[in-house]
Design a binder for this molecule. Structure first.
Ligand code: AMP
Ligand code: ZN
Length: 111
């Protein structure tokens, strides 16, 4: 399958892993939008939030996100967990990924 994030999981594309569990992996976003910007993905290919059937996988994703937040200190200052889904949300990579963003003051609503 021609999926860039599956290739990162398989080690075929280099990424500096900042966290890993049995079912999820975390690595820095190549184009960070904040001082801390990490992507957390399930190791198994799931295209989007619309395609999740086994929700226990998402528990592993959020568990690893929480660990990353604690390790980078943004659990203290605040952080955002975002999953863009589909066209209107500008989902560009079709392997579900949780953006973990922090380290600066953010605004609401998002653009
Ligand atoms: P989204 O718009 O939610 O689909 O976000 C996709 C994200 O993946 C963007 O923030 C990209 O900067 C990021 N990205 C794309 N390719 C890579 C890569 N090889 N390594 C790390 N992050 C990537
Ligand atoms: Zn994939």
């Amino acid at each position: 399958m021609d999926c860039i994030f599956c290739k990162i999981v398989a080690g075929e594309i280099p990424a500096k892993k900042v966290g890993e569990s049995a079912h999820a992996v975390a690595f820095p976003d190549i184009n960070p939008v904040a001082p801390q910007h990490v992507l957390v993905i399930p190791k198994r290919h799931i295209a989007s939030l619309n395609d999740v059937t086994d929700w226990s996988v998402m528990a592993h994703v959020y568990e690893l996100a929480g660990k990353v937040a604690r390790e980078t200190g943004i659990d203290k200052t605040g952080w955002r967990a975002v999953i863009n889904t589909g066209r209107d949300a500008n989902q560009l990579v079709h392997h579900i990924h949780l953006h973990v963003v922090g380290g600066r003051q953010m605004e609401w609503p998002p653009g």
